[in-house]
Design a protein around this ligand. Sequence first.
Ligand code: AMP
Ligand code: ZN
Ligand code: FE
Ligand code: FE
Length: 294
Amino acid sequence: MSSDEYNECNPVSGWDLHCHTVFSDGTKTPAELVDLAYANGLHGVAITDHDTTAGWNDAVKVSRTRHFPLLRGSEVTAQDGHVSVHMLAYQYDPENEGIVDLFRSTREARIDRARRMVSRLSKDFPITWDDVMSQTKKGGETTVGRPHMADALVAAGFYRTRSEAFAGAISSSSKYYIPTPSPSALQVVQVVRQAGGVSVVAHPGDYSRNRILLSNEQIGALADAGLGGLEVWHRGNGTEERERLLGLARELGLLVTGGSDWHGDGKPNRLGENLTADDVVAQIVERGAILLVS
Ligand code: AMP
Ligand code: ZN
Ligand code: FE
Ligand code: FE
């Protein structure tokens, strides 16, 4: 199959390259992720918790036991001007100083931001910081975010589900919302490249996350800095956006990936609902600094 062909359509078999676990805001463990990917007949899976590598070792253990292939990655919080950007990063050296520093500062910024949001929320909803922290399944190892605030509001009886809270008080358009101070997307591309990894813009066509998306020029500038790919196959990207992104990928020589953005029971997204072709994964592995686990 030529690279053009596999880039043109959403693959029917392959890998899920976008999955969250209890080490960030997913509800299942890395072991459960690998087991479910195996049971569902995927060719392999990537663990991509927000701004951390803390779940990697647990995922590696099960991947080796099952002889089921695993890519190691993260979803890195970033911004480009006023656009909130998520960058998937794969197969980088987890001990690289630039990466370690980047994750440390974002995780600290996330806690400070979450505390400030909880203090705003607590004026109308009697929840405390401890209520939010008690929703994290790995304590200090968990990357804290709005989902944990949403879960605390559910536990206190204000909403029925996490998604309902995201449509209400937790929404980015609510008066309680505060963005996470983040590194620039350009900085993330550079750090991931220096750490020997491959970076991919996550859900670049998702209008539910941003009123304004990254422009062709912004994506072009990231490509010039060493961006590896675009996550085209994601439920948040509309049809027109997929066309635009495929065109850009062709023009700029970027990989086309797909993933479910699985959060266990925290989101309706089903594991494997969007996939990445085997050939694309092979290129990520070839470019990456660490070995494929299998
Ligand atoms: P934050 O990064 O703290 O602003 O929180 C936003 C994150 O919440 C995004 O990465 C979403 O993927 C995640 N999230 C988890 N569950 C949900 C949900 N049910 N609805 C919307 N976003 C969710
Ligand atoms: Zn998430
Ligand atoms: Fe995301
Ligand atoms: Fe995600």
